[in-house]
Ligand binder design. Structure first.
Ligand SMILES: Cc1ncc(COP(=O)(O)O)c(C=O)c1O
Length: 446
């Protein structure tokens, strides 16, 4: 085909275009990428397992029933019949999707109703829905900053925060994980008049530790920096009525923006921001990943509205979740497993070597337990883990089964004798003592 400009000249002369060859094909790296195939050949590929049936604490996968300790369905609401019914009712009323952005033709009453409920729940003036939690972080971080601004980012923040930081116009200043001293040193070097915001996970998604919000917020305040908390793993888990870490510490007023997801305790998908009306209003008109994408399906809004209600009404879920969590912390530690600094239902089991972690996960699956390994870059190099997380709806028998499987496989693979394991165990930082997490309930003392 001859390509010509509007003035009629050849844009790419035909002879040159047919002779031109790239130095290497763009897709060569794809053909050369054989890590998944090698893991499959060893029978230890742990990802993309197709699930046939799912009823919360157990799933049917590759023809067998296995106990799920790899999901974030903390309160067991993803499969609650009332939530499913609410999603179906919203679908019947509005249809499957909105086929348009909230900005233009896809703004439903049920979206606004959910935003009002979330703002009230978070005790903030306003809230804004996003199609995913990833987009909520991206939307806030890409719209709020200009050249000359700074984001102070915890080094172990979730990838969605890191990506949002990278895409923003601000300069990123990483600080040591959960360290108010490191944050202070970084902030002290920045121009006093520059726009600054500290961005952090409330509960860290891999280590399960809780952000030291009171100290970190005090430092931020000293230097006039705004504060942003990602409550993805804290929502429904910690704080009065499961409002997250900022509320848990009685510091919701010092959190300028709170981000949450529907993809964990609320059992669905989607995300939101909660904050002052003018800030939310600004993001609503500036965030490209909010404006240039279709609005969340009605089923999501309907289902999440119902799970938000159940989460607050059925306090036993948080009570059971913490019973299971404390039990698993104690049992894993007493069996000699290194579970790092976790204080929450996210319980990482240290393995160290990546390939061994893959073998471990496969053996768990063969023994009726669904859990996946996390390797670099999700965790530090050489600190591969089996990431487990617990639910309110796990039974004592299921948890016993999980513990027995871990113990048997760790022996079989001689995990504790491994050099890589010993090295990784030495490198894991010591636990920062928090005040104990208060008993869940409306009147949880802070
Ligand atoms: C801390 C944290 N923030 C944000 C997200 C992204 O949330 P979503 O799955 O709703 O996109 C995740 C997801 O795992 C997360 O762990």
């Amino acid at each position: 085909m001859k390509i010509v400009s509007i003035t009629g000249e050849d844009v790419i002369p035909p002879l040159a275009s047919s002779l031109w060859k790239p130095k290497s094909d763009l897709f060569d790296k794809c053909a050369a990428y054989d890590e998944p195939a090698r893991a499959r050949a060893l029978g230890i590929y742990p990802f993309f397992r197709p699930i046939e049936e799912m009823d919360g604490a157990e799933v049917l996968c590759e023809g067998k029933r296995v106990i799920m300790v790899g999901a974030n369905n903390y309160l067991g609401l993803a499969n609650d019949p009332r939530v499913v019914e609410a999603a179906i009712a919203a679908t019947r009323k509005y249809g499957l999707g909105c086929t348009g952005s909230r900005f233009l033709s896809g703004n439903l009453m049920i979206h606004e109703q959910l935003e009002e409920s979330l703002a009230a729940y978070m005790e903030k003036e306003a809230s804004l829905l996003f199609s995913t939690g990833y987009f909520a972080n991206q939307g806030a971080l890409t719209s709020l900053f200009e050249d000359g601004d700074y984001i102070l980012c915890d080094k172990e923040n979730h990838a969605s925060l890191i990506d949002g930081c990278r895409m923003s116009a601000a300069k990123i200043i990483p600080f040591s994980h959960n360290s108010p001293d490191s944050l202070r040193r970084r902030l002290a070097r920045l121009p006093a008049e520059a726009g600054k915001m500290v961005v952090i996970d409330g509960v860290f998604s891999m280590s399960g530790d809780i952000a030291r919000l009171p100290e970190l917020m005090a430092v931020a305040k000293e230097f006039g920096a705004k504060f942003y908390v990602d409550e993805a793993h804290a929502l429904g888990v910690i704080g009065p009525d499961g409002r997250g870490t900022a509320h848990h510490f009685g510091k919701a007023n010092d959190a300028d923006l709170i981000m949450g997801t529907f993809s964990k305790s609320l059992g669905c998908m989607g995300g939101f921001l909660a904050g002052d009306e003018d800030v939310i209003q600004y993001i609503r008109h500036k965030a490209r990943c909010f404006i240039f994408t279709a609005s969340p399906p009605p089923a999501v809004a309907g289902g999440v509205l119902r799970s938000l209600q159940i989460m607050q009404e059925e306090q036993w879920r948080m009570v059971k979740l913490w019973e299971n969590t404390h039990r698993m912390h104690k049992e894993f530690r007493s069996r000699g497993f290194h579970i790092g600094t976790t204080e929450t239902p996210v319980v990482p089991i240290l393995v160290g070597d990546e390939q061994k972690a893959f073998f471990f996960a496969q053996k768990l699956f063969d023994n009726g337990v669904f859990a996946t390994p996390a390797i670099y870059p999700a965790v530090r190099r050489g600190q591969a883990i089996i990431r487990t997380s617990y639910m309110a709806t796990h039974t004592p028998e299921q948890l016993d089964h999980v513990l027995e499987a871990f113990e048997r496989i760790a022996c079989e693979l001689r995990i504790f004798e491994d050099d890589a394991y010993q090295r990784a165990a030495r490198e894991i930082p010591q636990r920062h003592p928090h005040p104990p997490v208060p008993k869940p309930g409306r009147s949880a003392a802070i």
